[in-house]
Design a protein around this ligand. Structure first.
Ligand code: ATP
Ligand code: MG
Length: 256
C-alpha cells in the first residue's frame, strides 16, 4: 500500500474536549470542504481522534492497566466513536467526498501470549484506497484474546498507517499551532531532541491516550521505525488541510 499523506484529525480540533459529546461542526464542515476542493488525485489516509466522544466514554470504564473489562463499557466506547465517525461521514459525503469509515476494531486486535501485542490486517484500508475511496479510521476499542478491550489511540493508528503506506508525511492536526514552548510553536524538532521534549510535556485531563506527550511518543516510534517526517499543526485554521493536500508546507512543528 502506498499513500502520499496520513492526516489525523485530532479530537481537540473536531470536538470540544472539555464538553461531553460536543462536535465542532463548523470545523468539520470546513475540513470536508477543503477535501472536496483539493483531495482528488492525492492518496490520503484519514484518521480521527476520540475527543469528547471516545475519551469520555472510555474514562468511565478503563482500569489502571488500560483495560476495559466490562462488556458494556467496551460496547459504549465503541458506539461513542461511531457517533463521531458518523458526523464526519455525513459532512464529507455531503460535500461529495467518498469518506469510507473502516472500523479499526475489525482490523486490529490484541494478541496476548507473554506480552500484549497489537495485531492487524490493513487489507480493507488498502482496498478502499484502490477503490478511489477516502479511507478513514477513528481511535477505537480493540479486543484482546484475553477477553477484555483496550483503547487503540488514533495517534497509534496514524503511525501504523503511515509506516505501512510509506507516507511522505504523517500530519497530526490539533487545536494548537504546533508543539508549543513558552506559548510559541517550535518550527522544527530534531528527532534527537524528542525524548527530552517528551519528558517535559504534561498529559492533559480528559485524554486516555497521553495527550501531546503520547503523540510525540508515537512520532518517536514512527521515526525510529523508518518513518519520513511528522508534523503537528492546527487543523482548525482555515486552509491548513488544503495546503497539506496540495503538498505545501504549513505552519506548525515539523519533526524529522
Ligand atoms: N507543549 C505543548 N504544545 C502544544 N500542546 C500541548 C503542549 N502540552 C500540552 N498540550 C496540549 O495537547 C493538546 C493536544 O493533544 P490532545 O491529545 O488533547 O489532542 P488530540 O490528540 O487532538 O485529541 P484526541 O486525543 O482526542 O484525538 C493541546 O490541545 C494542548 O492543550
Ligand atoms: Mg490525543
Amino acid at each position: 500500500m502506498k499513500a502520499d499523506l496520513v492526516i489525523k484529525l485530532g479530537g481537540s480540533a473536531i470536538t470540544q474536549k472539555d464538553t461531553p459529546y460536543a462536535p465542532k461542526l463548523d470545523v468539520i464542515d470546513r475540513i470536508a470542504e477543503e477535501f472536496a476542493h483539493s483531495w482528488k488525485g492525492v492518496r490520503v489516509l484519514l484518521v480521527h481522534g476520540g475527543g469528547s466522544f471516545g475519551h469520555r466514554a472510555a474514562m468511565k470504564y478503563i482500569d489502571g492497566s488500560g483495560r476495559l473489562k466490562d462488556p458494556r463499557g467496551i460496547a459504549e466506547t465503541r458506539h461513542a466513536m461511531h457517533r463521531l465517525t458518523s458526523l464526519l461521514a455525513e459532512s464529507f459525503l455531503g460535500k461529495g467526498v467518498p469518506f469510507f469509515a473502516v472500523d479499526p476494531s475489525a482490523c486490529f486486535f490484541e494478541e496476548s501470549d507473554m506480552e500484549p501485542r497489537l495485531g492487524y490486517s490493513l487489507k480493507p484500508v488498502e482496498l478502499a484506497l484502490s477503490a478511489g475511496l477516502l479511507p478513514s479510521l477513528g481511535g477505537d476499542v480493540v479486543l484482546s484474546s484475553q477477553g477484555h478491550g483496550r483503547i487503540l489511540s488514533g495517534d497509534t493508528i496514524a503511525r501504523i498507517l503511515a509506516l505501512a503506506s510509506s507516507a511522505g508525511l504523517l500530519a497530526f492536526g490539533t487545536d494548537v499551532d504546533g508543539y508549543l514552548e513558552d506559548g510559541k510553536p517550535l518550527r522544527r524538532i530534531d528527532r534527537g531532541k524528542l525524548k527530552e521534549i517528551i519528558a517535559s510535556t504534561k498529559a492533559r485531563a480528559n485524554d486516555v491516550t497521553g495527550g501531546m506527550a503520547g503523540k510525540l511518543g508515537e512520532v518517536g516510534e514512527y521515526l525510529s521505525s523508518g518513518g519520513n517526517r511528522a508534523l503537528i499543526f492546527n487543523a482548525t485554521r482555515p486552509g491548513a488541510i488544503a495546503s497539506l493536500l496540495r503538498g505545501e508546507e504549513v505552519e506548525g512543528t515539523y519533526i524529522d
